[in-house]
Design a protein around this ligand. Structure first.
Ligand SMILES: NC(=O)C1=CN([C@@H]2O[C@H](COP(=O)(O)OP(=O)(O)OC[C@H]3O[C@@H](n4cnc5c(N)ncnc54)[C@H](OP(=O)(O)O)[C@@H]3O)[C@@H](O)[C@H]2O)C=CC1
Ligand SMILES: CC(=O)[C@@H](O)[C@H](O)COP(=O)(O)O
Ligand SMILES: [Mn+2]
Length: 392
């Protein structure tokens, strides 16, 4: 198996390389942002033919890599990297920059193991159209969605009554009641997963679960009314599907993304070509020594607290409205989270800011052009609220 890894220096990217090491896969293309230190170590280990870096560090990367790796082709374009020949393209880029590479990979007929949830959240119809045009295939990496994928394998979509995604509840699951004074340091302490900063804050606000509800509906062609959320502090059950006969089928296992990554890469070459087009995949060898994982302990399940975590309801609102609203919600969140981390707004300002942006988002059909426009507009509007204050 020869991989392209986009976002190779991040949480999912580095774990993808861990899996590749365990499985003996090769890596032909790497794309990272600005972490040249780690990227240099990855290039030395994997010897890819092509590496993409963020444009802002291209000159520095060229100076650094050209003498050490004379055969390496260095580019500053993850979208081009996504189209290059590979058995599977793993997209582990965070946020809006991961959209164009997802589209390009699918249009080029690549099999994509997709971690970048923002693609299916903001542009599902366009992404599926790109797959249909180019013959590309998709299998999700996100733990809940690999859970759903594995539950749906061998089942008829018509028999699905409901999909249930689990949420850890984040670090503020059990308090405090008033979240206005919580700090970035507290919010970054995820109870069960070690992940990048953006998704970790999204987990604390429950926006991650909101994005995942939309991602689930888009991946499997389900209405939002059939996608529910339950808080499960242990993060061992990742998702469940309730069928029309009342049976529930759940996927569970250790909270280790390497399992989800390995499954997605193995399944991607025969992955989905349209929503819900789930096929059985052969599994590879055990990952991370989990074959003897002990099935013990207590599992809890509770209702999410939508009053303390309004982001979940905002995501349902955007998803139900459709059109440009999911992209506006996501863009506003991508401004709000770094603003919170930088101390510019409070934790409870995150949903307030997103709601303001949603209230002003125009209705309209989704196309690649309108998507760009609404993202630019929502980003600018959110920055205005951050700079000028939400009480204006
Ligand atoms: N982490 C997890 O466990 C999970 C993550 N996901 C999803 O996976 C995606 C990635 O998350 P995560 O790994 O946590 O994020 P990280 O922030 O840890 O990593 C993001 C990666 O994107 C890279 N990047 C930024 N700009 C560019 C660019 N221009 N070209 C190429 N790469 C770029 C970063 O590079 P650099 O650091 O070099 O600047 C980094 O490698 C997100 O969409 C997230 O929601 C889903 C489920 C679980
Ligand atoms: C590992 C993974 O898939 C994350 O998206 C995880 O779900 C985050 O945890 P929360 O359930 O707290 O959002
Ligand atoms: Mn998840």
């Amino acid at each position: 198996m020869n991989l392209t890894v986009l976002g190779s220096t991040g949480s999912i990217g580095t774990q993808t390389l861990d899996v590749a090491r365990e499985r003996g896969w090769t890596v032909g293309v790497l794309a990272a942002g600005r972490n040249l230190e780690l990227l240099a170590a990855q290039v030395a280990e994997w010897r890819p033919a092509v590496v993409s870096v963020d444009g802002s560090v291209y000159a520095e990367a060229l100076a650094r890599f050209s003498s050490q790796f004379p055969d390496l082709k260095l580019i500053a374009d993850p979208t081009e990297a996504a189209t290059l020949p590979a058995d599977v393209v793993v997209n582990a880029m965070s946020g809006l920059p991961g959209l164009a590479p997802t589209r390009a990979a699918l249009e080029a007929g690549r099999a994509v193991a997709l971690a970048t949830k923002e693609a299916m959240v903001t542009a599902a119809d366009l992404i599926w159209a790109a797959a249909a045009r180019g013959g590309g295939r998709v299998v999700p990496i996100d733990s809940e969605h690999t859970g759903v994928y594995q539950c749906l394998t061998g089942e008829a979509l018509e028999d699905v009554a409901e999909v249930i995604l689990t949420a850890s509840g984040g670090p503020f699951r059990d308090g405090p009641a008033d979240l206005s004074g919580v700090t970035p340091e507290q919010a970054l302490k995820h109870p069960s997963w070690s992940m990048g900063q953006k998704i970790t804050i999204d987990s604390a606000t429950l926006m991650n679960k909101g994005l995942e509800v939309m991602e689930c509906a888009s991946l499997y062609g389900l209405p939002l009314s059939q996608v529910g959320v339950v808080v499960h502090p242990q993060s061992l059950v990742h998702a469940a599907v309730r069928f029309c006969d009342g049976s529930l089928k759940a996927q569970f296992g250790p909270a280790d993304m390497r399992l989800a990554i390995a499954y997605a890469v193995d399944a991607a070459p025969d992955g989905m070509t349209r929503p819900g087009d789930v096929r059985a995949a052969r599994r590879g060898a055990a990952i991370g020594g989990h074959l003897g994982w002990p099935m013990r302990g207590t599992w809890e399940f509770r209702e999410p607290d939508q009053a303390r975590f309004p982001c979940l309801g905002l995501a349902y609102r955007a998803g139900e409205a459709g059109g440009l609203l999911p992209a506006a919600l996501n863009a506003a969140d991508e401004v709000a989270v770094p603003a919170f981390l930088a101390g510019k707004i409070s934790f409870t300002d995150i949903p307030r800011l997103i709601e303001r942006v949603l209230d002003e988002t125009p209705a309209g059909p989704l196309s690649w052009d309108t998507l760009d426009e609404v993202q630019a507009w929502a980003t600018a509007r959110a920055h205005e609220w951050v700079t000028g204050g939400l009480n204006r």
